[in-house]
Structure formats: structure tokens, C-alpha cells
Design a protein around this ligand. Structure first.
Ligand SMILES: [Zn+2]
Length: 256
């Protein structure tokens, strides 16, 4: 493969179209968040545009950073001071573009975090539920051989490289499985209403435990970061295929 370059505007347009960005009401801007140089030959992707990811992008002389968690969240302090100043200064001083896609990258039917988590764990989706239809409902693929909730938790530990927190009885046979990556513990009620007997998300809150117990549904907290590593990699792989540019995914570990 010969490496090529594309332009910032071409990349932005392709990403907006691929991810159907215009159809989402989100609490951050999706797309080009910080403008850098116009020609793009090398991108670095990661889950979150943390300082560590930006420093790695600078070291690699990246032209653009592509993430799931970018900046400018609704309700955040608008001032450019402290951590935000340092991050923006790093991008601007090095002329690096920042592209960020939040809900559109959770929801995409093949490249999204939920679709990719299913592929990694061995789940098959049959329908969707909840806000923006972000939650997925389905079952474990029969080829995985998983029988019980404990089997599922064990498979998650292996595939994601992180031991999940399981609330509920591991001996229960698997029936309908629901999942939604990230901080979607608030959708447990929707998952139960949709018919799930086990619900996988990233994070967990104190009330999540009570709702799971009292509904007799298992809850698996598999890690916000761990469940959201895969969408951005699938998206970047598509950019490599489409534009012939170079890509490096950098996993900045986060135990949450
Ligand atoms: Zn997230």
C-alpha cells in the first residue's frame, strides 16, 4: 500500500457522512473540534483526547487525532485555563487537527462502539432500545459456547483484558443480553423493559446495584474505557482503506 494524503476538509466531510452526524442531538460538537494543518497523512486514534494521547501524537508527528471523547462538553467551564489550556496549546502549537465523534460513534451499526463490542465479545444484536436507540438487545453467538452469566463475564474479562464487576447470580443461564458501552448504567431500566436478563455497560453507580438486584437482572460493569476502545479503531481502519493514510491507535490505559 502506498501512503497517500488527504485534506482536513475531505476527511471531515467523509466522517460526517459516514457517521450520520447531523441526525444526533449530542452534548458536544461532533466533527472537527480543533483545526490544524490542511494536509493529512498520519492520524492517531484513541478513546479520549487526554494530554497523554496528544503527547504521543506529537511524538509521532501526527496530522490529526481522532477520538470518541473530545472537548467542549455542554455545561463545562468555557475558560481556556489549566488542563484545557495545556491540551489546546499542544494541538495548536503543533498544528494538529482534533476530530471527535461521541454519540454517532456509539451508535453506528457496523463501526460503532456497541457494534464493535458485540464483535469482540461474541454477541449478536437483534433490536435496539433507549435514548437515540443506543442500547442493543440480542444474545450470545452460539459458536461461543457461553451458557451462563458467569461464562459471559469470563469472556468479557478475557477479550477486554479487564475483570468486570458482576452484580447478580453467575449461574443463571443466558437468555436475552443487552449492552451499551460507556456510562450507560442509567439505561438499565430501559434494558429491563426491553426484556434483558443481563445488561452490560461500562460504568456502574450505587443505585444500579439495587435496581439490578430487585429486578432479578444481572449487571456487568465492563469498564467505560475498555468497552469504548473499538469503535474508533474500526472507524480509523475505514479511513486507512478509503484514503490510504497511516494510522496508529494508542491505548492510554484507564481502569474506569
Ligand atoms: Zn464514553
Amino acid at each position: 500500500m502506498t501512503l497517500r494524503t488527504t485534506t482536513r476538509d475531505e476527511l471531515a466531510a467523509y466522517l460526517a457522512q459516514t457517521l450520520n452526524v447531523a441526525q444526533y442531538r449530542d452534548y458536544c460538537p461532533n466533527g472537527l473540534q480543533v483545526e490544524g494543518r490542511s494536509e493529512i497523512g498520519l492520524i492517531v486514534s484513541g478513546v479520549t483526547a487526554s494530554q497523554a494521547l496528544l503527547d504521543a501524537a506529537v511524538d509521532l508527528k501526527a496530522d490529526a487525532v481522532l477520538v470518541h471523547h473530545g472537548y467542549f462538553w455542554r455545561g463545562e467551564d468555557a475558560r481556556v485555563i489549566g488542563m484545557k489550556h495545556k491540551r489546546l496549546k499542544t494541538l495548536l502549537a503543533n498544528d494538529i487537527n482534533l476530530f471527535a465523534y461521541h454519540l454517532p460513534l456509539d451508535a453506528h451499526l457496523t463501526l460503532g462502539n456497541n457494534a464493535q463490542l458485540a464483535r469482540i465479545i461474541g454477541l449478536e444484536g437483534s433490536s435496539r432500545f433507549g435514548d437515540e436507540q443506543l442500547g442493543w438487545l440480542g444474545h450470545v453467538s452460539t459458536s461461543t459456547g457461553m451458557q451462563t452469566v458467569a461464562d459471559l463475564a469470563q469472556a468479557i474479562a478475557q477479550r477486554l483484558g479487564r475483570t468486570p464487576l458482576l452484580i447478580g447470580d453467575g449461574n443463571v443461564p443466558l437468555r436475552q443480553v443487552a449492552w451499551c458501552t460507556g456510562a450507560a448504567q442509567g439505561m438499565l431500566g430501559d434494558a429491563i423493559a426491553a426484556g434483558a436478563s443481563v445488561y452490560i455497560s461500562g460504568e456502574i453507580s450505587e443505585p444500579t446495584v439495587h435496581l439490578a438486584r430487585e429486578a432479578g437482572v444481572a449487571y456487568i460493569a465492563a469498564g467505560h474505557h475498555a468497552t469504548e476502545r473499538y469503535g474508533v479503531q474500526a472507524l480509523a481502519a475505514q479511513l486507512v482503506e478509503r484514503f490510504g493514510i497511516e494510522h496508529h491507535f494508542i491505548d492510554i490505559d484507564n481502569p474506569v
